[in-house]
Design a protein around this ligand. Structure first.
Ligand SMILES: Nc1ncnc2c1ncn2[C@@H]1O[C@H](COP(=O)(O)OP(=O)(O)OP(=O)(O)O)[C@@H](O)[C@H]1O
Ligand SMILES: [Mg+2]
Length: 414
């Protein structure tokens, strides 16, 4: 009878009742058609996750997950691909923290990419290589996975002014969104007089002061309905046009805002002011990565060295802070190697000097990708986004793309 129900599409396996209450047993659900390769996979992963439900109909599968979220979901993309990709997006957006493994016949790069963009946490090609499935499930079910699944927060910062913080923050948000199609937010924390909204020509209809007021009741739907979206797809949380009083927002409140944003946004990029207020400190602390920006001159180098010392004193882990050299020129008396020597660490990324492109993008109030798509600075911005997302555009050989995706399965990991 069970076999019959499985064939029909929706069934619970007999051991479920007894097992669900047992500590330590992870419950898996499959959405897809039965096949010998898939059954072999489920047999292999059984010691890690036991499949107790099997669906073929997407809506029924979704209703069942929302009523009783499993520990892990396998979604077969080899049939009904479009609908299943939508299902993956629905699951990851609404039933957070449940890892979703997309399954495909063979390692098709296009499918793998679509699965990743839909939000799948990993992709497994069928038939599976022995041991690969159970290793993947073990990793996804590890308690640390939950923490890794929070959205990633990048702070763009320098102690010195005029280093290119806003330029980098705006374009990083734009390129992260373009690369991943995930929910991406640019947060202008220059509460006194930020300029992101003029740089992007989006009216600040919802500001951090509004978020401060709404913090107790905000959820994902409300946040997405109130924070304006740029035509390019990313969102902007920026201050009102008129000069605002930053002191109205306390450091702890920034900490709470960061928790909310990390929960509901896949990527948050913060344009930080050049101060060390409790607000800035709270944002720095809440960031997964701090992009410390400097330029190729002694004053900037000194200021970056001071900032690094300060981060050490703050107790920030070294690997959290990445050095980004802006306005890089090959012909400069101060070489990249010299700078790395003085700072005691390699530079994470170089952004070439391109005043024309940068000024044009500011004057037209659009990101570089919309004005100078093939220009060197825009290309450098694209690579910075790839390094931050841990995900690469498919321009290299399929083999290296596959490898990079398999090694770096989901958001923000690199
Ligand atoms: N890679 C680059 N090449 C050439 N010019 C650049 C580059 N990056 C930024 N600029 C220019 O440097 C100037 C300052 O940039 P931006 O406003 O982004 O810096 P900022 O650190 O946010 O400044 P502020 O301290 O005023 O907030 C702008 O005129 C911008 O066009
Ligand atoms: Mg700025």
């Amino acid at each position: 009878m069970v076999e019959h129900a499985l064939k029909k599409g929706t069934a619970r396996l007999p051991e479920e009742k007894g097992r669900r209450g047992m500590a330590g047993i992870k419950r898996g659900v499959v959405v897809g058609a039965k096949s010998p390769a898939l059954e072999r996979l489920l047999e292999e992963v059984r010691p890690v996750v036991t499949v107790t439900e099997w669906h073929r109909e997407n809506n029924a599968a979704y209703s069942s997950f929302s009523a009783n979220p499993p520990s892990l979901v396998f979604v077969d993309l080899s049939e009904e691909t479009k609908g299943r990709l939508i299902l993956i997006t629905r699951i990851v957006k609404t039933i957070r923290h449940v890892p979703v493994v997309a399954l495909g016949q063979n390692a098709q790069v296009d499918l793998l990419l679509q699965a990743f963009r839909a939000g799948a946490h990993d992709y497994l090609a069928l038939p599976p290589v022995a041991g690969e499935g159970s290793a993947m499930c073990r990793r996804l079910l590890d308690p640390s996975f939950r923490r890794e699944e929070e959205g990633k927060v990048f702070s763009v910062f320098s102690v010195k002014g005029g280093q290119g913080i806003t330029t980098i923050a705006v374009n990083l948000a734009d390129r992260l969104r373009k690369l991943t199609t995930r929910e991406t937010l640019l947060f202008d924390m220059n509460f006194f007089a930020g300029d992101c909204e003029t740089r992007l020509k989006i009216p600040s209809l919802y500001t951090p002061f509004d978020l401060q007021r709404d913090m107790k009741r905000i959820d994902r739907d409300l946040l997405l309905s109130v924070v304006p979206k740029h035509d390019r797809g990313f969102r902007l949380l920026a201050c009102p046009d008129e000069i605002s009083d930053p002191e109205q927002i306390q450091g702890e409140e920034v900490g709470r805002m960061m928790e909310i944003l990390a929960e509901y946004m896949d990527f948050t990029v913060i344009d930080l002011p050049h101060d060390l207020s409790t607000r800035t400190m709270a944002a720095l602390r809440a960031s997964d990565r701090i992009l410390l920006v400097l330029q190729q001159n002694l004053a900037s180098l000194k200021s970056a060295r001071k900032a690094l010392r300060f981060f050490r004193e703050m107790g920030e882990k070294e690997e959290k802070v990445e050095l980004v050299l802006n306005r890089y020129e090959k012909r400069n008396d101060l070489s990249v190697d010299d700078m790395a020597d003085v700072l005691g660490r390699p530079l994470f990324h170089l952004l070439r000097n391109d005043y024309r492109a940068s000024t044009e993008s500011i004057n037209l109030s659009v990101p570089l990708d919309a004005t100078d798509r093939k220009g060197p600075l825009n290309r450098d911005m694209g690579v910075l986004a790839e390094k931050c997302a841990g995900f690469q555009e498919p321009r290299r050989s399929q083999r290296s793309l596959l490898r990079s995706l398999m090694d770096l399965p989901r958001k923000g990991r690199s």
